[in-house]
Design a protein around this ligand. Structure first.
Ligand code: FE2
Length: 193
């Protein structure tokens, strides 16, 4: 189902010389997506790969944000990913004003809502962990929820996108728990405790 291994995917991402935080973002997105896949009874490897590669052209396009996700299709196609995988990757950019090709599209599938919500939540968890002296392992859902409700905290994390998780049938609390669990599993690889 997947044309490349996760090791290969990481190798490709690293070969672009990404900023350290961007690589951390990809790793966190992978970790959260795997937990969400578990909750939904879906394929953890497939969900994980979507998390890992959802921003595959970010390093190459970040100088001109309006071009984000315009290179992703050809990169993913050349690696052997099918149209379905590519469209799910693109779907996390649906609705973004800055992306001309995608801004008028709307997510309609569970896997699309899961990806958008998961990758957006990583920013909130990471910011909260930094505030807690890098500790994520003893982070509580309740505390994370407070940060979610405090719109001024990590203001770049779009709360409405995180809320899309509810369209998959999961609750916000389930996503928060999955996020903390997933990111705790990789904490030592991303500089958290
Ligand atoms: Fe992302």
């Amino acid at each position: 189902m997947l044309p490349i291994s996760r090791e290969k995917a990481i190798e490709i991402l690293k070969s672009q010389n990404p900023e350290e935080f961007d690589l951390i973002h990809y790793r966190m997105s992978e970790a959260v997506m795997k937990e969400v896949a578990n909750l939904l009874g879906e394929d953890t490897n497939y969900f994980g790969m979507l998390g890992l590669l959802h921003d595959v052209d970010w390093t190459l396009t970040k100088k001109e944000v309006s071009t984000h996700l315009t290179l992703a299709p050809e990169i993913l196609e050349s690696l052997g990913f099918d149209k379905e995988f590519i469209e799910i990757v693109l779907s996390h950019g649906y609705g973004f004003e800055a992306l001309p090709e995608l801004k008028n599209k709307v997510r309609t599938k569970k896997i699309e809502w899961a990806l958008a919500a998961s990758e957006t939540l990583t920013g909130l968890i990471y910011a909260y962990a930094l505030m807690r002296n890098k500790r994520v392992s003893d982070m509580q859902v309740k505390g994370l929820k407070k940060k979610f409700k405090d719109k001024a905290f990590a203001a770049g994390c779009d709360r409405d996108i995180i809320l899309e998780i509810e369209k998959t049938g999961l609750t916000l609390d389930q996503l928060f728990e999955a996020g903390i669990t997933g990111i705790t599993k990789i904490k030592s690889e991303i500089g958290l405790e």
